[in-house]
Design a protein around this ligand. Structure first.
Ligand SMILES: Cc1cc2nc3c(=O)[nH]c(=O)nc-3n(C[C@H](O)[C@H](O)[C@H](O)COP(=O)(O)OP(=O)(O)OC[C@H]3O[C@@H](n4cnc5c(N)ncnc54)[C@H](O)[C@@H]3O)c2cc1C
Length: 368
């Protein structure tokens, strides 16, 4: 069965969901003011949504739990990512997954937990690396001295290339893209069959069978207009781009992502690195948090201390209050919420889109 569906929010969650729904033959309208501007080639420090500010780290396997919803969503996304990349990859929007990811242990206890996890999940590509093997990289890694865990299948996708590729696919699948803010949702009147109404900032009134809210922090207000409370808090993240003050050399021995005390170090180009991201409650960037991050909480090797700051940016994450991220819910018949992805919206984009598609499929089969 085919439906008309409006997806609100064109970050990675909404764009990925709109693409998947259109592939299944639905008639899809995607609304977001950010659709008025092309995806930039590199993040600049202006109003960035979570997706354009993201580092794109996909940490699906190096996860201490092995059951529960969060684990299942991660596993499902990691299983879907290779097919997403293959389908979205195009000469105009090349896309690939960079692997592996290495997490440095910060203490002997953490090393022991990593070793146990790696031993129990060899089939997921996890492996413990003893400390004496960590000295081979150039430039040298921040030396925690306790060993590390290698996750062969985790890594990174470039979020800006991903968004470009998704936007390209939206055009291919005739998704209607509306560069506008949705200011209000009106539920179907009694006696009418489905038909939700969206009111846009320009006063336009659109009718659709189903609505999927993927607007991160913007979801709060849309739900409030219908009497639903789903509180979420903003958590700002800052990222730095650094240039190493040393002759350009290949990054020998470096993984796609090196994680140290929760901070990701991502080498790129010959002598550059992205480092991020801070976790700052609220919407204002704190310069002191940037400094602490650059010094890796006093674990930074001298080459990192000496690195030159080339640029920096920040974005907001939506963290559900009192509930685990993400919020994947049917709020009312015909109204779905897929928001509040907090730190893992890029990682979880494929599993989120699948959850929405499956839910809509079931709803269409059972609705009168
Ligand atoms: C610095 C930083 C680094 C990160 N690194 C990673 C990482 O390495 N890996 C990872 O998986 N995640 C990472 N994240 C988290 C990830 O970016 C988010 O979880 C994810 O981007 C959420 O995507 P989204 O589409 O739900 O929300 P967003 O990308 O925030 O998009 C929401 C969109 O909704 C639109 N919108 C809002 N209200 C309305 C409305 N009323 N009408 C129409 N449109 C509306 C907004 O304009 C916006 O474009 C990072 C986040 C930050 C800030």
């Amino acid at each position: 069965m085919i439906a008309s569906i409006s997806v609100i929010g064109a970050g990675v969650t909404g764009t990925g969901t709109a693409w998947q729904l259109a592939e299944q033959g639905h008639s899809v309208l995607l609304a977001d003011p950010s659709l008025a501007t092309p995806i930039p080639d590199r993040p600049a420090d202006r109003d960035l949504n979570g997706s354009t500010a993201s580092l794109g780290v996909l940490m699906g396997h190096a996860f201490r739990r092995s059951s529960g919803r969060a684990w299942r969503l991660r596993q499902r996304s990691m299983a879907l990512w290779p097919a997403w990349v293959e389908e979205l990859n195009h000469p105009e929007s090349p896309l690939h997954l960079d692997t592996p990811l290495i997490q440095l242990a910060g203490s002997a206890d953490e090393a022991q937990r990593m070793q146990q996890l790696a031993d129990s999940r060899l089939c997921s590509g996890l492996q413990f690396i003893a400390n004496d093997r960590l000295d081979e990289a150039d430039p040298v890694w921040p030396q925690a001295g306790h060993g590390a865990m290698l996750s062969e299948r985790d890594g990174r996708v470039d979020p800006l290339l991903l968004l470009k590729a998704l936007r390209r696919s939206l055009i291919q699948h005739n998704v209607e893209r509306r560069a506008t803010n949705v200011v209000e949702l009106r539920r179907p009147g009694s006696g009418t069959r489905r038909q939700w109404r969206l009111i846009t900032a320009e006063g336009r009134n659109e009718s659709v069978d189903l609505v999927v809210i993927c607007s991160a922090l913007g979801s709060i207000q849309l739900l409030q207009s219908l009497g639903h409370q789903r509180p979420m808090d903003a958590v700002l993240g800052q990222v730095l781009e650094l240039q190493l003050n040393r002759p350009a050399k290949p990054w020998s021995g470096w993984p796609a992502v090196l994680t140290c005390g929760g901070i990701n170090l991502i080498p790129h180009g010959h002598d550059r690195m992205w480092i991020g991201a801070t976790l700052e409650p609220g919407v204002n960037a704190d310069p002191a948090a940037t400094e602490t991050m650059k010094r890796l909480n006093e674990l930074a090797p001298s080459w990192l201390d000496d690195a030159q700051l080339l640029g920096q940016w920040h974005g907001l994450r939506a963290r559900p209050r009192g509930k685990p991220a993400p919020l994947l819910e049917e709020i009312e018949p015909g109204l779905l919420l897929a928001s509040g992805h907090y730190r893992n919206g890029v990682l979880l984009a494929p599993a989120t889109a699948e959850w929405v598609s499956q839910h809509i499929h079931k709803e269409l089969l059972t609705s009168p």
